[in-house]
Design a protein around this ligand. Structure first.
Ligand SMILES: [Zn+2]
Length: 189
């Protein structure tokens, strides 16, 4: 799916989402809670199988989008999942909420997905596992000092930003002068 989103003073087409069926949400695993009430930890485990639509190698849990999972048997629906968009106006937020809802439904859980805007998401919320998964896919995870940015292909520090926006708005496109390979950098927020 391609969509038009604002970038600075202009508009740009970006490839937004890959349908979850094509990514393979469950990554080879099936979790089914039908007929029983799972522990909160098990629901976190299930959510850790839901890929972020923009960076499918990282789950919505590892990216820090899922903030809280609560079970309140006296309420309907019994489960509530709080999510925070990675940056304000991220066009994927509604999509992520519905994918989380669908993943839970498939496992037999009805949940309310609530968007929580404060405190705002920060790239420091990305887990160590998430950072490693990015790097394994040649996406450089957020760094504090851009001068320390190195090429994920060859390790050279001789890298330069080619475009402020990479394949999605949260990434910048870099190129390496040592090996000539391009790569995405997930911007620090
Ligand atoms: Zn390189």
């Amino acid at each position: 799916m391609r969509t038009l989103v604002p970038f600075g003073n202009s508009m740009k087409h970006i490839d937004l989402f890959t349908p979850i069926e094509l990514i393979g949400t469950d990554r080879g695993r099936e979790i089914d809670f039908h007929g029983r009430t799972p522990a909160v930890d098990e629901v976190w485990e299930l959510l850790d199988l839901v890929p972020d639509p923009e960076i499918p190698v990282v789950s919505v849990v590892d990216l820090g989008i899922v903030r809280d999972v609560r079970h309140a048997p006296e309420q309907q629906p019994e489960w509530q999942v709080d999510i925070t968009p990675t940056y304000s106006g991220c066009p994927a937020t509604d999509f992520i909420a519905s994918e989380i809802e669908r993943a839970l439904q498939r496992a037999g859980i009805a949940a309310k997905i609530k968007t929580v805007l404060a405190p705002a998401w920060s790239s420091t919320w990305i887990s160590a596992k998430g950072r490693k998964a990015m790097l394994d896919s040649n996406i450089v995870p957020p760094v504090h000092d851009l001068n320390s940015l190195t090429c994920p292909h060859c390790g050279s520090g001789d890298v330069h930003m080619k475009n402020q926006f990479g394949s999605t708005a949260c990434k910048a496109l870099y190129t390496c002068h040592a090996c000539a390979e391009p790569f995405d950098y997930f911007k620090t927020i």
